[in-house]
Ligand binder design. Structure first.
Ligand code: NAP
Length: 364
């Protein structure tokens, strides 16, 4: 349709002027027509990750072309059906490299940075990814004249923190704003959704035995649904959100222990939940960290790191004076509305749990 309309204009020009090359003014008109009809382009760094893919889907539905910039585009092919043929494309990029970031930012109208890590692997360190990588993306986006930049940070970002995660998140925010003052920064609390690494992780662990050990059981969280975070990012890309920092939390604040109990109720398993002191958590985290180091990364510590234990000492909730969903006109979804939709796989009888439970009431 787009091509047809442009060709139509071209035909009109050739018949009137009998000259195949359009005159400068006509060329400008043509370019304007083409630009109006050509959809905009957003580059989503980390667009194959848990949050990035929801943003990619939303932007594709808006009719934008989406570049999903990741280190392993071959593992990100699942994003292609989010749009029509060629609309959503995984492309190689490593945000630790200038040329790589420049290549995928070229021609973009907007950029979303969704790259973040919970644990360091080789050269993908907290500083390299969350601080220097964020700075690089913001600087290059400004140099290339990108109109909008959305940066995904996290509640708890704090330059004075003893946690490398929290510290580099704060440094990344500062660097983003220094290089791209009009950026929108989103700071979510813990994010839930079918691919999350939070409820899924604890639900898997509960299948291992009768006891579930936690660190930071009394720490408070404000879980936020992944698509609500994506909605906020989409609004920022579309210019429907003012620039600035937004803290994103769901409707409920619960302790980690309460959240785990809620998860256990959903998966219909009874477990003894014990809360380990932070110093014990620190020792366990250190052991797993050392194991990762001595195995040269063959064992990736996705269980508990020492840095995570440091973070777990602080509540992870939206601060009273922060901008948030209310300012965006978004009503966030509660955990109880979503958890059963994806945690049922961890029930003792999976999808047959409901039938089995109702069969218990059948009299012989
Ligand atoms: N999930 C949460 O509960 C939560 C809470 C608060 C804040 N956040 C923040 O939200 C953002 C998104 O989190 P997420 O949970 O979606 O993370 P995720 O699932 O781990 O996704 C990370 C993405 O980044 C890409 N990536 C990693 N290193 C890269 C590099 N050097 N260059 C280019 N791409 C790289 C990964 O793809 P490749 O491996 O293929 O490169 C992947 O697409 C992060 O900034 C995170 O800190 C998340």
């Amino acid at each position: 349709m787009v091509t047809g309309a442009v060709n139509g204009d071209r035909n009109e020009i050739t018949t009137v002027d009998r000259d195949l090359s359009p005159k400068p003014t006509e060329a400008i008109e043509l370019a304007t027509h083409t630009e109006i009809r050509m959809s905009k382009l957003v580059t989503i760094f980390g667009g194959s990750g848990f949050v990035g893919r929801y943003i990619a889907l939303r932007m594709a539905k808006q009719g934008w072309r989406v570049r999903v910039a990741v280190r392993r585009p071959n593992e990100a092919m699942f994003v292609k059906p989010y749009g029509t043929v060629g609309q959503v494309e995984p492309v190689f990029c490593n945000i630790r490299d200038d040329d790589s970031v420049r290549a995928v930012t070229q021609g973009a109208d907007a950029v979303v940075n969704c790259v973040g890590i919970l644990n360091e692997h080789g050269r993908n360190s907290f500083a390299a990814v969350q601080d220097e990588g964020a700075a690089r993306i913001a600087r290059i986006a400004r140099e290339l004249g990108v109109a909008r930049l959305v940066h995904m940070s996290a509640i708890g970002a704090n330059a004075d923190s003893d946690s490398a995660y929290a510290k580099t998140k704060a440094l990344g925010e500062q660097a983003t704003l220094e290089n791209f003052p009009g950026a929108t920064i989103l700071r979510p609390s813990v994010i839930f959704g079918s691919e999350d690494q939070f409820f899924n992780k604890f639900a898997k662990m509960s299948g291992l035995g009768p006891v579930l050990a936690l660190v930071g059981g009394d720490t408070r969280f404000q879980p936020v649904y992944v698509d609500d975070v994506a909605k906020a990012a989409e609004m920022a890309v579309l210019g429907k959100a003012d620039a600035g920092v937004y803290e994103l939390g769901g409707p409920d604040v619960q302790t980690l222990r309460e959240l785990i109990q809620q998860m256990l109720d959903v998966i219909q398993r009874k477990r003894l939940v014990i809360n380990l002191p932070f110093w014990v958590g620190s020792i366990i985290g250190t052991v797993f960290d050392i194991l990762q180091t001595i195995t040269g990364g063959l064992f990736a510590n996705s269980i508990l790191t020492r840095d995570q234990v440091r973070n777990l000492r602080n509540d992870n909730v939206v601060s009273a004076d922060a901008k948030g969903f209310a300012d965006l006109g978004v009503e966030p979804v509660a955990t109880e509305a979503v958890l059963p939709d994806y945690l049922w796989v961890y029930r003792p009888s999976g999808q047959f749990a409901a039938i089995k439970n109702s069969a218990k009431n059948v009299k012989p």
